[in-house]
Design a binder for this molecule. Structure first.
Ligand code: FNR
Length: 177
């Protein structure tokens, strides 16, 4: 049976990012033979403007997406929106269509009880514009995230782990379909 490759993209650049911690949990939730890596260097991607040539970081970002069977994006919300770094990176893929027909799971996490829902809604609009392959279960908003991470900096809340497993299973089903 074919083994799959999944790319994680965190919308946060913070070393202790709760969103990156959530992404790290996927390593243990995906099927055992699935390759999973979190993209490093989103902050090396220059400001997008049409007509600019792809830099080394942009090429690396696009190649990581192209080589993945599916993508999981986990992002915080800043000022009710998607962090500029993440939106900027996604803008680079518009012309080349790297995310077109790509199975994607979109997650937002926030210390507030809104769960970053406005950033998630905005991200989903962008992912629709990019032609990603999703269904009604391809997104998840996680509120009060600080209470769901243990002192060892892993996701400790069982309900959240179950919801993340649901994202895994749904993503793998979309990939296989
Ligand atoms: C935030 N935060 C935040 N949270 C939210 O739910 N909605 C928002 O609009 C904002 N806006 C915002 C602006 C600025 C300038 C900061 C510094 C923070 C809180 C944010 O969700 C929190 O810092 C998260 O912990 C960031 O995610 P990571 O880095 O832990 O993944």
């Amino acid at each position: 049976m074919k083994s799959f490759s999944i790319l994680g993209i965190s919308g946060s650049l913070r070393p202790d990012s709760t969103n990156t911690i959530i992404l790290s949990a996927f390593k243990g939730l995906l099927p055992a033979d699935t390759h999973f890596q979190i993209f490093q260097g989103l902050d090396e991607i220059p400001h997008f403007s049409p007509g600019l040539d792809d830099t080394e970081a942009v090429i690396r970002f696009k190649k990581a997406i192209q080589q993945a069977d599916g993508v999981i994006i986990c992002t915080p919300e800043y000022a009710f929106g998607v962090p500029g770094t993440l939106k900027n990176a996604l803008d680079w893929t518009v012309a080349t269509g790297d995310l077109n027909d790509k199975p994607v799971s979109a997650i937002s996490a926030s210390p507030l009880n809104t769960g970053g829902d406005k950033a998630l809604a905005s991200l989903l609009l962008t992912l629709t514009a990019l032609g990603t392959r999703r269904n009604d279960h391809s997104s998840l908003s996680i509120p009060n995230i600080k209470h769901k991470i243990g002192p060892d900096k892993t996701v400790s809340d069982q309900e959240t782990l179950l919801a993340l497993k649901g994202q895994c299973d749904n993503l793998m089903t979309i990939i296989a379909s």
